[in-house]
Design a protein. Structure first.
Length: 306
């Protein structure tokens, strides 16, 4: 049994993470850390702490889900790993690549698992696309494009526009997911560059960012993310020498490729497969879908964007 401690009761944890833990048959929501204990009233029988240090004194806890603001990912993850627990951390890994490296180093030092919730790696159609690319369905892949556009909406998540807490705007929020999806398909990036700016909104963080990433073998990825478009876009495609794989919209079920189209829907709770995979890694030594040492390459890419 995995006895979970969840740090933070916010939008993601209340809507997805905690329901996933409650639904996973070998998981128990053992405790939560929250600044407002009233938020825990929805989970009767669950232990409640306002201090992570106090919570980590309880040795029954063997896994921690870190869902605090990005600025706290590194200190909360490192403290949890040092206390002997495994950690599944929200994205992005940390505020910068150096912090992310420290998290991975600590996990190795204390022989604990560190996973990151880049749950799109477990989308059936993204996994299928990876197999199709490997099988040569589009020839040699040469270009991948991902656009995620929306209008700024931060109600209940105001910390997202505070760079001291979030690290950045859409680059860190939705952009990190797309960068990791490209890393999942093509491996470790070898070069990256980009820019971020405020085209519409005057915020302390950017309202748009564009990133170009080079991969071994000549593949180039372009990711454009925006909080300044009234037209929502969730585009993702991979172009090869002999065709393309189209996943538009990335969060939808459709997968189109030369000679075929498939409908591969996601789990109703997007976080459930990530939680389930982490439990299998802890209890059955199954491979993590997104181990920390792979996830931190997204932080490496975002560090290049000016």
């Amino acid at each position: 049994m995995v006895n979970w401690l969840v740090i933070g009761i916010g939008d993601i944890t209340s809507k997805r993470v905690i329901p996933a833990i409650l639904a996973e048959e070998r998981s128990r929501l053992y405790g939560v850390v929250t600044r407002d204990p009233r938020k825990a009233e929805a989970y009767p029988g669950v232990r409640v702490w306002t201090s992570l240090d106090d919570a980590l004194q309880d040795t029954v806890i063997n896994a921690v889900y870190v869902a605090s603001p990005v600025a706290l990912h590194a200190p909360h993850t490192i403290a949890s790993l040092r206390a002997g627990t495994h950690v599944l951390c929200e994205k992005p890994v940390a505020m910068n690549y150096a912090e992310a490296e420290d998290m991975v180093t600590t996990a190795l030092q204390f022989h604990r698992l560190l996973g990151v919730s880049y749950y799109r790696r477990l989308y059936p159609k993204l996994m299928r696309a990876k197999r199709l690319i490997a099988a040569g369905a589009i020839g040699q892949p040469v270009l991948a494009e991902a656009n995620c556009h929306s209008w700024l909406e931060i109600t209940g998540r105001e910390w997202l526009v505070d760079p001291a807490l979030s690290g950045g705007g859409p680059l860190y929020d939705t952009g990190s997911h797309r960068i990791d999806a490209l890393n999942f398909l093509f491996g470790r990036p070898v070069k990256a560059t980009g820019m971020r700016s405020n085209a519409v909104h005057r915020l302390a963080v950017e309202d748009c960012a564009t990133v170009t990433i080079e991969y071994a073998g000549g593949v180039r990825g372009v990711v454009d993310v925006r909080w300044n478009s009234h037209v929502a876009r969730d585009q993702f495609r991979v172009i090869g020498t002999d065709g393309e794989i189209n996943l538009d919209p990335l969060n939808g079920p459709a997968l189109r490729y030369p000679g075929g189209e498939e409908q591969l829907p996601t789990h109703a709770n997007l976080h459930f497969p990530a939680v389930e995979n982490f439990v299998k890694a802890v209890l059955d030594a199954e491979t993590l879908a997104c181990p920390g040492e792979e996830a931190i390459w997204t932080d490496w890419v975002t560090a290049t964007v000016r």
